[in-house]
Design a protein around this ligand. Structure first.
Ligand SMILES: Nc1nc(=O)c2c([nH]1)NC[C@@H]1CN(c3ccc(C(=O)N[C@@H](CCC(=O)O)C(=O)O)cc3)CN21
Ligand SMILES: O=c1ccn([C@H]2C[C@H](O)[C@@H](COP(=O)(O)O)O2)c(=O)[nH]1
Length: 264
């Protein structure tokens, strides 16, 4: 995960001091890109222990089309609690836009099913995109999508995915986002009988919150370890059929967790 540590180092050295919506303050840069070859291991940060269970359940929750935190709570995941209303609702966030983007005639578009169809039937298409940035519904969302748009690409029997993340909390959010999209790429690859290629992670405003700087330096003092390997149950052939038990991570040997406060 040298790419991730390089991003952190880059922002510590070149970040501009900038205020933000949460009132915390950040060191921020605009525009950055990382690339992970998924055949070289699963890109889960090793320089601190990452809670993979939260990452897997959050992704399964997006794929269910769910936008209420009850499913996450039932599975011991608390990362969205601060943003939900008293009923646990987050408004029309990721799950809603991925699985049922409202169209102009009162129906809905399942972007995930559509993109899987494109990858299977027209893999050379340059239009294999899923967007959560539904401008007409942003005002109803408790938090505007950070991982806003992703695109798939197929060449030589390998599936790559590029994400555009408009806003990125480098210490807390980004390790989750990398692992989540790497996992999604593995799941879509298996569903389409392709090998996994690269995950390309492109950023808009990438920032370190000012109350995460000590934690970032602590992480940079640690030498990254070999990446683990993610195994998916080979019997699953539809993206919508994966369950938590279908994922096995082998060889993850991280340094201890590092606590940090999330900016709300
Ligand atoms: N400021 C901010 N940063 C984010 O990364 C973020 C938001 N807000 N709002 C929406 C979601 C929620 N996400 C979160 C929220 C909390 C953690 C967090 O506290 N992580 C801890 C504990 C992990 C756990 O409980 O599973 C960590 O050490 O990684 C991570 C991602 C990502 N997003
Ligand atoms: O998946 C996610 C979700 C959120 N974040 C971070 C990025 C920002 O620090 C905040 C969102 O605040 P905005 O003012 O809406 O940009 O959450 C993330 O890194 N990853």
């Amino acid at each position: 995960m040298r790419q991730y540590l390089e991003l952190m180092q880059h922002v510590l050295e070149h970040g501009h001091k900038k205020s933000d919506r949460t009132g915390t303050g950040t060191l921020s840069i605009f525009g950055y890109q990382m690339r992970f070859d998924l055949s070289r291991g699963f890109p889960l940060v090793t320089t601190k222990k990452c809670h993979l269970k939260s990452i897997i359940y959050e992704l399964l929750w997006f794929l269910r089309g769910d936008t209420n935190i009850q499913y996450l709570k039932d599975n011991g995941v608390s990362i969205w609690n601060e943003w939900a209303d008293e009923n646990g609702d987050l408004g029309p966030v990721y799950g809603r836009q991925w699985r049922s983007w409202p169209n102009s005639s009162g129906g809905h578009i399942d972007q995930i099913a559509q993109v899987i169809g494109q990858i299977r039937n027209t893999p050379d298409s340059r239009r294999m995109i899923v967007s959560s940035w539904n401008v007409s519904e942003l005002h109803e969302m408790k938090l505007a999508p950070c991982h806003a748009l992703f695109q798939f690409y197929v060449v030589d029997g390998k599936l790559s995915c590029q994400l555009y993340q408009r806003s990125a909390d480098i210490f807390l959010g980004v390790p989750f986002n990398i692992a989540s999209y790497a996992l999604l790429t593995l799941m879509v690859s298996q569903s389409c009988n392709l090998k996994a290629g690269d995950f390309v992670h492109t950023f808009g405003d990438a920032h370190l919150y000012l109350n995460h700087l000590t934690q970032a330096r602590e992480q940079l003092s640690r030498e990254p370890r070999d990446l683990p390997v993610m195994k998916l149950n080979p019997a699953v052939s539809s993206i919508f059929d994966f369950k938590y038990e279908d994922f096995t991570l082998e060889g993850y040997d991280p340094y201890p967790a590092i606590r940090a406060l999330v900016a709300v």
